[in-house]
Every structure is written in C-alpha cells, then in structure tokens.
Design a binder for this molecule. Sequence first.
Ligand SMILES: N=C(N)NCCCC(=O)O
Ligand SMILES: [Zn+2]
Ligand SMILES: [Zn+2]
Length: 310
Amino acid sequence: MSQGPVDASQVPRFAGPDTYARLPRIDQVERADVAIVGVPFDSGVSYRPGARFGPAAVRQGSKLIRPYNPALDVSPFADLQVADAGDIVCNPFDIGAAIETIEQAAGEFDAGLVTIGGDHTIALPLLRAAHRAHGPLALLHFDAHLDTWDTYFGAEYTHGTPFRRAVEEGILDTEALSHVGIRGPLYGKADLKEDRRLGFGIVTSADVMRRGPDEIAEALRQRIGERPLYISVDIDALDPAHAPGTGTPEAGGLTSRELLEILRGLAGCNLVGADVVEVSPAYDHAEITAVAAAHVAYDLISLFALRSRA
Ligand SMILES: N=C(N)NCCCC(=O)O
Ligand SMILES: [Zn+2]
Ligand SMILES: [Zn+2]
C-alpha cells in the first residue's frame, strides 16, 4: 500500500508538511516509484532571476491538490508511491559544477523523477541522467522559447541552450523532438533553420489555438510512439496571464487548460522523466504561476501512474 498525502480532513491544508502535495518525504517511505525533487538553481538565466525559489513556491502552490484525478480517472498517489525527495543542493556560483551535481544526484534515484526547477539549464543534466538509464530519449518540450541557441556571452551552458547541447551529446532521439508553445520574436530567421537542422518540430501557441489540444496531442503521440519520453515544461509556455511569475515572459501563450489537456492526451506514453522549470515567484501574483506549475506536475505524476497500469 502506498503512503499518500496527509488527509486534509484531519490536518488542515495550511498546517502539516511543506512537501509537494503534502506527500511523505522520501526518507519516510520504504521505496518510491516517483520522486518529486527540487533544483533551486537559477544562475543560467538571461533576464529576470529568481527561479531558485521555484521549488519552494511550487510546493506551496500544491497544497490544495486532491488524491483523485478525474480528467485521467487515476489516483496517482494510491497507484504509485510518490514521495518528495527535497532539493538537490548545487553550487550557485559555478554552472559547470552545478550541472555535474544535478546529473549525479538525478542518476542516484531508482524512481521516475518529476523535477521542479530552477531555470531551464537544469534540463541538460536531467536529460543526461535519464539517457544513462533509458538510452536515446524522445523529447517533448513546452516553452515559448526554442532553447536551442548556441551560446550567450560565449557561455555554452545557460537556460537558452540546453537542448542544443543535448542533441550535440547524442542523448536525444532526433526522430522524436518537439517544441510546443513557441512564439515571440527571435534573433533571426536562422534560429528556426538551426532548430530544424537539429531535428525539432515546432507547434506554435497559435497552432494549439487553431487545431486544439486533442489534435495536437494525437500528432505528438504519433511522433513519440513507444520511445522513452522526457517531458520538459518551461512554465513560460503559458501566457503571462496564466504564468506571470517567470523570467522571460512572452505574450500570446497557451492557457493552463490547453497545456493540461495536451498532457492528458499523452496518456499511455512511455514517460521516463519530467521537469517543470522557470517559476520565479518574485514576479508571481496570488500564486497563479505556482498553482499552474503544481498542477502540471500533478498531471505528469498521473501519466506515470497510467503507464504503470499498462
Ligand atoms: N526561458 C528560457 N528557458 N529561455 C529563454 C531564453 C530567451 C533569451 O534570453 O533569449
Ligand atoms: Zn522559455
Ligand atoms: Zn526554456
């Protein structure tokens, strides 16, 4: 039997543990099928900082989450043992050292990981760890931005470059790479050409609006197939109205409903790892962004639970 969240009818939600969804800590359970881990790192950002406070904010934004997910007809915390593994402690002054620490720490879990960031730099070491366990990965990347740029100020490891590095390192399956939510001004047309050359397909936020989440999810499923799948969610994929608390906001984004519905449309995929990044609570209001990120994480956990049934 899994140990679930603290019962909200016994302990009020505003009391009790500050873990994600009031779940047990990983040291309170014998084993975990899925671990929620924070990575409070934001030294890779190009604009507003503050995502180092994302993990704490998303945990705070998760207090109201209930055990049954009707949209997917699953009780993820009953079907799986889900636990909060706390934060990966990494060096805020040395990006290279932080990346190594994250890769190593992520590799030590014998569980599906749902990581709460942190800026998007952290996706690279998380992908490396997932690749070591599962081989070449299909990548589904929700973001306003491509994050396949080459360098910023000569720096190769930043929040705008993780997916170019990942392709260069050969850890992604270049037949199954998709960005969803892309929009906004670029440095030049070459950005798109380069991105295509790396193997990515683009679903813009306008495509989602025109075609609808069900059709988009179906197309993504076709592309992903049975491959081991990593899902990386930059919360700025959402419109700033749905996620103001982020570092590089772009107008014209997805609604949180669209994002959640696309995720739900992926039920049955072979999810092996996921992250939700770029929540910067200093720019948030009324926990709008933190609540959205917490719910995205909940649907990601639900996808793990559905897969485990199969
Ligand atoms: N938010 C992420 N991950 N990347 C944004 C990089 C945009 C830029 O500064 O050009
Ligand atoms: Zn972004
Ligand atoms: Zn990003």
